[in-house]
Write a protein that binds this ligand. Sequence first.
Ligand SMILES: NC(=O)NCCC(=O)O
Ligand SMILES: [Zn+2]
Ligand SMILES: [Zn+2]
Length: 464
Amino acid sequence: MTTIIRGGTVVNADRAFRADVLCYGDKIVAVGTNLDAPASATVIDAGGQYVMPGGIDPHTHMNLPFMGTVTADDFFTGTAAGLAGGTTTIIDFVIPSPQQSLLEAYRTWRGWAQKAAGDYSFHVAITWWADSVHEEMGTLVRNHGVNSFKHFMAYKNAIMADDETLVKSFRRSLELGAIPTVHAENGELVYQLQQDLLKQGLTGPSSHPLSRPPAVEAEAANRAIAIANVLNTPLYIVHVSCKESLDAITRARAGGQRVYGEALAGHLIIDDSVYQNPDFDFAAGHVMSPPFRGKEHQTALWHGLQGGNLHTTATDHCTFCAEQKAAGRNDFSKIPNGCGGVEDRMAVIWDAGVNSGRLTPSEFVRVTSANAAQIFNIYPRKGVIAVGSDADIVVWDPEASRTISAKTQFAKGGFNVFEGRTVRGIPSATLAAGKLAFHKGELMAKEGAGRHVDRPAFTPVSAR
Ligand SMILES: NC(=O)NCCC(=O)O
Ligand SMILES: [Zn+2]
Ligand SMILES: [Zn+2]
């Protein structure tokens, strides 16, 4: 199948230029002016529009069993929603239960992901430690295209990794050429603060941010950075939500450490006033960890993205419907943690980032795809419009707008944290592996069309 995108401005992380883009099969085969195309080619008119690499969301949870329930979006509905919003690749998480074989969990998640409509890859969480975990990390890197391991420093009595696990897993990651990543929150502190609040009868969603203040996040970020420094490993910190964690990253980077930070679209846009809403469904719909923060933290996160101390934008897409959130009606600590966003990330970041002048279009590409592709070692297959790259392309109409609503979204869960926000700058077309998956409001996502993306190790893998 041949597709030609004519007359647009190609935007890559390094520059923007006028060019047609010719795709054949699942690859880009030519980028240039006045390209010839066979008469049978599908023609997409991109006049007056930008032609950018499809978004990469490096942090999603589709089909995730979590806090006694399973997310509303599975790999089909979640990736299809992503395609509608211009995101063509997700990196999701395999989360083994403590004592579970990593490979067994990996195979389970690969099975669930067979439905995906867009491309996907997996970070694997290290939730416990044993010699078998050490072994299986090697197998995952060598044979299964995994080059990143996730550590939850929160969620005590569930998937929290203790310091022994962090140290052993970071060291093993280095040996294998994989990058350790962390959810930075001190899980013990969260647990104790939750108990204190519940004892005082403060059982509603407004207690959620009180149990997870910025200092709790910053302690864990500083600890993970210190461990990475001693062991000389790189580190990627997911969902950096507060100034204090960003300061820790900025300090570490200024001191020569390779530490990367991820900002969530939600944390950039939404503030903590949502937890004061008396409507339980509304407040609980915003319960995620780390929580939404005060506006001063949002300003700091934007500065982090602009200044290069935060590198990627993600969503942590993890949707639960109102009935699922109601599990915590009498105890906020039981509200399933998670919010959506995979469908909206590109548009809200364009609107709040590019339209405001905070980011140039090239910087937008850097933080929505190119940096993630480089950090997780799938560049230039992904994250750039270039000959030989995957034909994952979003045609972006900077003048068109849409008002975000759960009523019109493709994602499941019946709730949207960006509800009512009108964004200017939206996809007019999304091409995934050379196939038109979204065009002028119509979603043509196909169940099972997504492919697993192997991510090679960063250095030669040891034979151990
Ligand atoms: N973020 C969140 O609240 N839920 C998903 C799991 C995680 O990333 O911590
Ligand atoms: Zn997390
Ligand atoms: Zn997450």
